[in-house]
Every structure is written in C-alpha cells, then in structure tokens.
Ligand binder design. Structure first.
Ligand code: MEV
Length: 317
C-alpha cells in the first residue's frame, strides 16, 4: 500500500453554538490558516500500528487495543464503518497547528483527517457524506452528545448553516471577511461545557430555552447578513450572540475583556466561539483595522492572535 497524506482545516462557529445541540441552527466556517495533517505509511513485517503525534513531543506511541485509548476507539470506529476485518500494520504521523481545546475544531479535524487518511490508505475513496458520518461517530465517542456541526464544517470545508439531523445548507458569502481569532490561553473541554449547559437547562428550562430561542433568531438573521456582506450588521449580531452566551454561563471574564477590546479598537463585532469557558474569541474587522484590533486584544490578555480571511464562496443553485 502506498503512503497516504491528508489534512483538514480548523473551524470557527460564527453563530449558534450550544443552541445547536438542542436543535437550533448554527453557522460555522472553515479556517484554512490552521490545519491538522495525517500521513500514513506501511510498516512492513510488523504486526502493529504506530502513532507519532508531534503535539506529544514526537514520540512513538504503541497502539494498544484498549477501550480507554482514544486512538484505539477512533481506529476501531473507522474499521467497523469501513466494514474491514482488520487494519494493516502502519505508521500514522499526526501534526497540527490547531490549538487543542481552544474552540477551533482540533478534535473535528483529527476525526475527519484520520478517517480520510486511513480509508485512503486502504484504497477507499469515500464520498464526503460517508466521511462526515464516520467522523461524527468518532466525535460522539469524544464529546458525548455533539450536534455534528464541527465535523460537518471540517468535512465539507465550506461555510455551513447547520441544524442537527438535517443535511447542511451551504450558502454564499459575498465579501471577504477578515477574522481575528484571539486565544485567551485558557483551555476547556467541550464535553464539560456542554454538560454545564445541560445542567442549567435542567435547573431552569424556561430561562435557558428562551436564551436558545433568542440565539436562533440571531442566527437566522445572520445568515441573510452574511449573504449580503453587511459586516456592520454581522458584527452587531455577533455581539448580541455573545451576550446570550454570557447568560448561558459559558463566557468568562477573560473572554469578555477580549470582546470589549476588539470592539473598542474598531472591530465590527466579536464573540466567544466554540464551547467557551476558555478558548478563543472571534472578531470581525475591516482589513485596515486588523493590526489595531490585534494590538488591543493582545493588550487585553490574548496569548496569540490568528488572522484568517474567509473568502467569498459561490454555491451553485
Ligand atoms: C463546539 O464547537 C460547539 C458546541 O455547540 C457543541 C456542539 O455543537 O456539539 C458547543
């Protein structure tokens, strides 16, 4: 079997995180400036799978058949989905520029890229729907009850208007969008934050369902503004969305400070992105204000700022 290499982008959620877990819409875009790469090559005469993850200091990790080993669970999910008896000996090298547990899709990129690489190495040419559904199964093992938006935006590599259990809608973005992803440096696990929201919902269903309904209204309106390219309106909707995320209890002071700094330095808007309680804030700015906004967010505590431009898309009707 010849060597096989693939990569998958990061992502950011522009609108609707958390509400999307409960059947509301959300909007996400791929981030091509960060990515996770998986390369596979044969390991002749060895009856094992070696995983080299550069995030873990370039060590060889022997692959062991253990239910609590995330690599084992992932590879087993892929094997069963492809309906093959066993996986051959191989060396899997993983390297990534997507920060882990930071709301930028590192886990979805891992699920998608690994599925694509292993299936390609075995000679399968999976349609993107199948790739996405296997990646979703892997995500379920990692996060409990994900909505599926993360693996979908990463698998299709296109902006998506997404609702759980429905086919994603791909839509046109009309003007380049200059985004800044400002990292608070604080790490949080999606699984834990999703659980926090679930507990809040159980304690206070009326309040939380009302917040979800407000977020849904914002997301529906945002789709129209993204299509027309009205960046001022998009920015205002991002700020509204952030306020509702604060009310859900998934923001923290460090993220609020980054949002405030972005807006005060001239961004159209900003909000936390992904599960929250750490991770990144996404800000939308004009091209000429980018440096100023980055400087302000750095001063407000961002440990790093990534610029990413979402290029206009043209979806065929
Ligand atoms: C995480 O990137 C987005 C959440 O809405 C969880 C999910 O949709 O599965 C918080």
């Amino acid at each position: 079997m010849p060597a096989f290499s693939v990569s998958a982008p990061g992502k950011t959620i522009l609108f609707g995180e958390h509400a999307v877990v409960y059947g509301h819409h959300a909007i996400a875009v791929p981030l091509f400036d960060i990515s996770l790469k998986v390369s596979i090559q044969p390991l002749p005469n060895k009856n094992k799978i070696l995983i080299i993850n550069s995030d873990q200091g370039n060590r060889h990790i022997s692959f062991e058949k253990k239910e609590d080993n995330p690599y084992w669970i992932t590879l087993e999910t892929i094997r069963q989905s492809l309906n093959v008896d066993h996986l051959p000996s191989m060396e899997i090298a993983i390297s990534s520029s997507i920060p882990v547990a930071a709301g930028l899709g590192s886990s979805a990129a891992f699920s998608v890229a690994l599925t694509k690489a292993v299936s390609g190495f075995l000679g399968f040419n999976l349609p993107v729907e199948k790739l996405n559904s296997i990646a979703f199964e892997i995500e379920k093992h990692q996060h409990g009850s994900p909505s599926g938006i993360d693996n979908t935006v990463v698998a299709y590599q296109s902006p998506v208007y997404y609702r759980k259990n429905e086919f994603p809608i791909f839509f046109n973005i009309n003007k380049p969008m200059h985004l800044i992803l400002a990292d608070s440096g604080i790490r949080s696990l999606t699984k834990d934050v999703v659980l926090h929201v679930k507990q809040e919902l159980e304690k206070n269903p009326d309040k939380i369902n009302k917040i979800f309904a407000e977020i849904e209204k914002i997301t529906i309106e945002a789709k129209g503004t993204l299509e027309t390219g009205d960046h001022r309106a998009i920015g205002n909707l991002m700020l509204d969305n952030h306020i509702h995320l604060q009310r859900l209890g998934v923001s923290i002071i460090e993220l609020d400070c980054l949002v405030e700094a972005a807006v005060e330095s001239g961004a159209f808007g900003a909000k936390l992105c992904g599960s929250g309680q750490g991770g990144n804030v996404v800000a939308l700015t004009s091209y000429d204000k980018t440096e100023k906004v980055i400087k302000a967010m750095r001063q407000a505590g961002a440990v790093s700022c990534l610029r990413s431009t979402i290029q206009p898309t043209k979806v065929l009707d």
